[in-house]
Design a protein around this ligand. Structure first.
Ligand SMILES: *Cc1c(COP(=O)(O)O)cnc(C)c1O
Length: 394
């Protein structure tokens, strides 16, 4: 079956009363038939039927065999890093989500785990960075906010030759457009808060793998540390997944139009979207993905001007995160990437004039008009800004 069909049909779900939607098992404990006989479930930290429906569904959508759902994307990434030991090292992309950089830079060193950042769109640079200590290669493609493309197949081979795992954070594209496990990744991780949920009403995270052995370790971790997704959030995510394909297809088409519009605006210096990347990167991208996603970034060369645009839109609301049905706009330097520690900001933070959009499911002509009006009013304001106001944006 095609992925859009699989979004709607939960293959393994069966209910004793024939409910067409999985019930929310809002319970912490499950009764045992005796003190020595255990049923399939005993305690919701270890496992919950609603979460199991979700995990089975997520594994199928990513063409994996097992999935574990967590309370947030960061909880999922944390569980993944727990597979490493003191003395091991992570090779990570240099254009990663800010919260991931914070975890890698400020928590993992305390456990004796090292991190090296490289431009993972450059396979040779990754090859040079890998050492006998490297255990995990962690990649986002397209990256965020620069939308750089990393070659999943080649990085998978490289990681495996070095005795390391490849984990791909697939939050930007979702399994509708990219299925990294089929390209050689050992793990797919998601901030399910983004496209998978699609409604900005939960935080959730996922780890999917084809390997039963690796899954056992992740599931052990999920139970031991207690960061599994709750029954109600699991239920909401199951609901969100049904429209995943419908939503992201629409968002994908609209984003391509918005990117084209922005490219035609003289005040916009550069637009970042996978539909606009150079030929070599485009070839790699189209070799592993079938869509470009709904996140677009652009720079104007003037941080005050960018701030005016962000604050001037009406349909795009100012919010961190992306992937919701409602369009959002942000200044990552001050918002999502502000969590990058000051010492790493020069190396890893986006420029302060960079604006990021997440295109929702509204009518695309309305979205373009909204952006156009915000840009026009920012142009009018540009001449009037006082020196004080122009000092710093955040
Ligand atoms: C948001 C995000 C995360 C973190 O997920 P949370 O659900 O916010 O914890 C990780 N990776 C990427 C690419 C993200 O965009």
């Amino acid at each position: 079956m095609k992925t859009s069909t699989r979004c709607v049909h939960l293959s393994e779900f069966e209910d004793q009363y024939g409910a067409t939607v999985p019930p929310i098992y809002q319970t912490a404990t499950f009764q045992q038939s005796s003190a020595t006989e255990f049923g399939e479930y005993d305690y919701s930290r270890s496992g919950n039927p609603t979460r199991t429906v979700l995990e089975t569904h997520l594994a199928e959508l990513e063409n994996g065999r097992h999935a574990s759902a967590f309370a947030s994307g960061m909880a999922a990434i944390t569980a993944l890093t727990r597979l490493l030991n003191s003395g091991d090292e992570i090779i990570a992309g240099n254009d990663l989500y800010g919260g991931t950089v914070r975890l890698l830079g400020q928590i993992l060193p305390r456990q004796g785990i090292g991190v090296r950042y490289v431009d993972t769109s450059d396979v040779d640079a990754v090859r040079k960075a890998v050492s006998s200590r490297s255990k995990l290669l962690l990649v986002e493609t397209p990256s965020n906010p620069f939308l750089r493309i990393s070659d999943i197949r080649r990085l998978g081979e490289l990681a495996h030759d070095a005795g390391a795992w490849l984990a791909v954070d697939n939050s930007m594209l979702s399994p509708i457009f990219q299925q990294p496990l089929d390209l050689g990744a050992d793990f797919v991780i998601h901030s399910a808060t983004k496209f998978l949920s699609g409604h900005s009403d939960i935080t959730a995270g996922v780890i999917v793998t084809k390997s039963s052995e690796l899954h056992e370790q992740i599931a052990f971790q999920q139970n031991a540390e207690g960061a599994g997704l709750s029954p109600f959030e699991s239920w909401l995510l199951i609901r969100g997944l049904k429209t995943l394909s419908l939503r992201v297809e629409r968002q994908n088409h609209s984003a391509a139009r918005v990117a084209q519009f922005l490219q035609g605006v003289p005040e916009v210096k550069k637009v970042y979207h996978p539909s606009l990347i150079d030929h070599a990167a485009r070839v790699v991208h189209l070799g592993q993905a079938t869509g470009d996603g709904a996140v677009i970034s652009f720079i104007t060369g003037d941080e005050q001007f960018s701030k005016q645009i962000v604050e001037g839109t009406k349909l795009f609301s100012i919010a961190v995160s992306f992937g919701s049905v409602a369009s959002t706009i942000s200044l990552p330097y001050c918002m999502s990437h502000a969590s990058i520690p000051p010492a790493l900001r020069d190396q890893l933070a986006p420029p302060s004039d960079l604006v990021r959009l997440s295109v929702g499911i509204e009518d695309v002509d309305d979205l373009i008009e909204d952006l156009s009006l915000a840009i026009q009013s920012a142009i009018v304001c540009r001449g009037k800004v006082s020196k004080v106001a122009a000092a710093r944006v955040c």
